[in-house]
Design a protein around this ligand. Sequence first.
Ligand code: NI
Length: 227
Amino acid sequence: MLMTFDDVLDVATVQRFRTQLIGAEWIGGAATAGSLSRAVKHNLQLDDRSALAIGLGNDILRRLGAHPGFLSAALPERIHPPKFNRYTGGGRYGIHVDGAIMRIADANLTLRSDLSATLFLTDPDEYDGGELQIETPFGAQAVKLPAGSMVLYPSSSLHQVTPVTRGERVCAFFWIQSMVRDEAARTLLHDLDRSIQSLSARTAPDDHDIVALTGIYHNLLRRWAVV
Ligand code: NI
């Protein structure tokens, strides 16, 4: 449903990102919003086509490509190049839902947004407000993570960023098209994978039942994945 990942970026990498972002040129976020969300979007973004945004985005994609927890949870087929936003001086993003289909600029590709991701680049004690509030079947959940940590949530969720009343909040955000479109199926695969990993850590590597369970995992993935 809503998953968090610690230390997607280590402290030194976050610091390098912050140093590079200090001198960056930020533009009004409304310019890049869809017609429905433009009225509620009050933040700043990095120009997606700037060398800085592309370079930092590629750094994030490389980390995610080697992050077993993220790969198991998202089963990514396609990831939108990360974007960067900055909220300060009361900046906020009112309640909205992310567009279902995203165009990837300059790549002649489209992506169906199954999962939305926010990677925090500032620590919670650096700003007041700025919570990512996500509506779930169990009520609204507020997310505000340490720098370097990331939240993954269904793109179908209504969500908002509350006003930043002190300091500044800087994040990277992007969308993922999963090989397994159905959220319930994807969650089952993730749960099964975690149990297999946990069992494997305390069982002989050639244990027949582990091999059988791994076979079941792959046969379910074969049944449900669209690639
Ligand atoms: Ni959004």
